[in-house]
Design a binder for this molecule. Sequence first.
Ligand SMILES: Nc1ncnc2c1ncn2[C@@H]1O[C@H](COP(=O)(O)OP(=O)(O)O)[C@@H](O)[C@H]1O
Ligand SMILES: [Mg+2]
Length: 352
Amino acid sequence: MIPPGETIGILGGGQLGRMIALAAANLGYRCHVFAPEADSIAADVCAQFTQGAYDDEAALAAFAAQCAVVTYEFENVAAAPLAAIAPHAPLHPPARALEVAQDRVNEKSFVEGLGGRPAPWAQVDSAEDLRAAVARIGTPGILKTRRDGYDGKGQWRIMQPADADRLELPAKPLIYEGFVTFQAEFSVILVRTATGDVRFWDSAENVHKNGILDRSTVPAAPVILAQVEDARALAKKVADALEYVGVLTLEFFATADGPVFNEMAPRVHNSGHWTIEGTLTSQFENHVRAICGLPLGSTALAARGVVMDNLIGDDAHDWPKILSDEANHLHLYGKAAVRPGRKMGHVTRLVL
Ligand SMILES: Nc1ncnc2c1ncn2[C@@H]1O[C@H](COP(=O)(O)OP(=O)(O)O)[C@@H](O)[C@H]1O
Ligand SMILES: [Mg+2]
């Protein structure tokens, strides 16, 4: 058990780290952010900050030596250099979870091995592979980079085979996925302790715009609620197989044939931001509790319903209007520059 007063290390300097740090502060912990950028919105609310590259083993070791436990808010960190942390502090969730989740081929193979069902997919390393994948799986489909994708970046829609021929392939490992005809999208967010205690939050219905999460709504539509049990069973298998500690997210498509696995994130997730006001214990607080070995808090709803809207790009300028409605909970992440497609904050409303 890591008692309040100790220091939690966070790899990654973005809004998820910021919200983990705020929850940790409420429990009496100090946080130390490690991130490559000079300006970190997570470090802005933390006691300590190390600016370093994610593959700088000496810097990682020196950082870990000042922490009682290390976690991450960002999965596109090379897993091998993280071995430098182990002699100094436990890493939760484990590096194995990163290795699996940061590569779409690993992630889909891993989940299939546990009985999960993703969209039909094929590894693509050449134009020839892509032609073969399109011939086998058909169109429409989506070509994605295996690594480093987020908010719909690194994705190309292929509506007909000719699109594949015209595409200038990026020199990166790729994956081709068949397009899933879904009725809705949802996520399963769970927290697991080192002793195997698992709790789930209600599943939010997620609507994406341009590949970026736009709105999460709880309760989800009936078509989703009917599939949550199966999806949770898969998420628990993933967590147990990885001996996972902390918050884990799996995204699903609700289809006429049941849940289709989309992707996983070995961390707190944008589709769980509504838990800050909408549940008795937020994803951020239970993540801290789990990695520190504290008892978990209840994930029960604090309202009849919850709606969370992301503030993307210029939406952030609407804060005066948002605050003019006293029922809105406004969260701004403190990012200096507004850019199109950039997550600047979110707004949560409870249905009481
Ligand atoms: N195979 C697919 N079929 C249908 N829609 C998809 C598929 N893959 C991605 N999408 C849409 O694009 C969104 C973002 O894709 P995702 O694979 O989750 O990437 P990211 O890592 O950027 O979140 C999904 O939430 C979904 O709306
Ligand atoms: Mg996604």
